[in-house]
Design a protein around this ligand. Structure first.
Ligand SMILES: *Cc1c(COP(=O)(O)O)cnc(C)c1O
Length: 410
């Protein structure tokens, strides 16, 4: 039985080889990446304990990202569902519209400290690329964003932003032409260019150091919310559930970080179940017991019997990924978090209901999966239960997809 250790940050609970629970994670990479990864690991370990660096990070979180984002009660949704009280952390109000801004800021600061002039990154829904382009423009770094051709097609609004910020958007046409291929292509590029370039992995995936940097960055979200919860309730509620969608897992890891040691807080992760009735999904924690290596890291992956990564399908580009963070594999194995999935249809219904009832909370298709779970469980729970949903993205980027689904033209 693998156990979570209290009092130790989740990102530091790996062994000396970088594996959580002795088997999830690691850095199984081409030899030519050993040096840049070692350099990055060494520098990050120094920077994360450097007061000046922390002050700089916090300056950017506050003044550029716009943290803390709001924490509000959804009165209408609560009344409509008639059970648990539903609250929402509106991370979508962060600059650029999602939690990706936290990770992008930290990576740009690291790139600057390392003296790099280029920064490369992957993107799926386009937020990671958009935020990285945004901060790169600010810091005078040249940004190169790798994005699957299918995602470029379905997330044009974010692609428009990246190009406006001066980034080069590189279409990736291999495989399923989605995030999984974009990450591979970005890593290949970095293998050749790491002398002058830094790489940002857009989620808590990839070699161990990238998992750590990303989760360290998004952890800010739960630090913000813990204060907001105590302000709202005067204490930490006795029965609280935190619901978050899980693609790579950076949003959920950040939303939960400060609550790991609070046993009365249930952590619920919602993966993409794909279209109803289809076998295709992007839910490795819910539906796969297969461990595989993806992007240099061991994790649950969706693969065939020969170990080939299988194509996934989800209406949300951000969740359309066959692997998942080793942090979440570890949290599942320890029993600390519970994972489930929602279908495309459930996500659309949740988007409709929440947008109609709450107006200024209009979740993108990724957090709509988290709302779908809240909608399922809230009616059965007492009003003393507090459900907090992370609305980590704004629906603006999904306007075309949603309108098409609902049968009207923009
Ligand atoms: C990128 C993204 C996701 C999925 O990635 P995680 O690393 O699981 O957070 C989910 N929601 C939004 C809005 C995103 O931009």
């Amino acid at each position: 039985m693998i156990e979570l250790q209290k009092g130790i940050p989740l990102i530091d609970q790996h062994d000396e080889h970088g594996y959580w629970g002795g088997k999830f994670g690691g850095s199984q990479i081409a030899e030519s990446l050993n040096y840049p990864i070692e350099e990055l690991t060494r520098e990050f370990e120094k920077l994360r304990h450097d007061e000046k660096f922390i002050a700089e990070r916090d300056h950017y979180f506050k003044n550029f990202v716009g943290a803390p984002t709001p924490f509000i009660k959804l009165n209408n949704l609560t009344k409509h569902l008639g059970g648990a009280q539903i609250y929402c952390k509106l991370v979508s109000k962060a600059t650029g519209g999602a939690h990706k801004a936290y990770n992008a800021v930290v990576h740009a600061l690291i790139a600057k400290h390392l003296g790099k002039t280029f920064i490369g990154g992957d993107t799926g829904a386009g937020y990671a690329g958009k935020m990285l382009s945004m901060v790169s423009a600010h810091f005078g770094l040249k940004a190169k964003i790798f994005m699957g051709a299918k995602d470029i097609e379905r997330q044009q609004i974010n692609v428009f932003s990246m190009r406006s910020y001066g980034a080069e958007v590189v279409p990736v046409t291999s495989g399923s032409q989605t995030l999984v291929n974009a990450v591979s292509e970005c890593m290949r590029w970095w293998t050749a260019e790491n002398e002058t370039a830094h790489m940002c992995v857009g989620s808590t995936v990839g070699p161990t150091i990238f998992v750590k940097i990303c989760a360290w960055s998004t952890a800010q979200i739960s630090r913000e919310m813990k204060k907001q919860v105590i302000d709202e309730f005067g204490e930490i509620p006795k029965d609280m559930k935190l619901i978050n969608c899980v693609g790579g897992g950076s949003s959920a890891a950040g939303f939960w970080n400060e609550w790991m040691d609070h046993d009365n807080v249930e952590l619920i992760g919602v993966e993409a179940g794909g279209p109803e009735g289809s076998k295709k999904h992007a839910a490795p924690l819910t539906n796969s017991s297969n461990l595989g290596v993806l992007h240099g890291s061991t994790q649950y992956v969706i693969q065939d019997s020969d170990g080939e990564i299988e194509e996934t399908e989800s209406i949300s580009a951000g969740l359309d990924y066959p692997g998942v963070s080793p942090l979440h594999c570890f949290l599942k194995e320890t029993g600390r978090a519970r994972y489930t999935s929602a279908t495309d249809e459930e996500a659309i219904e949740a988007f409709k209901l929440v947008s109609r009832l709450e107006g200024f909370v209009s979740p993108s298709l990724e957090p709509a999966h988290a709302f779908a779970e809240a909608i399922k469980i809230a009616p059965k729970l007492s009003k003393d239960t507090i459900i907090c949903v992370d609305s980590c993205g704004d629906s603006a980027k999904d306007a075309q997809i949603i309108a098409q689904r609902l049968g009207y033209k923009l």
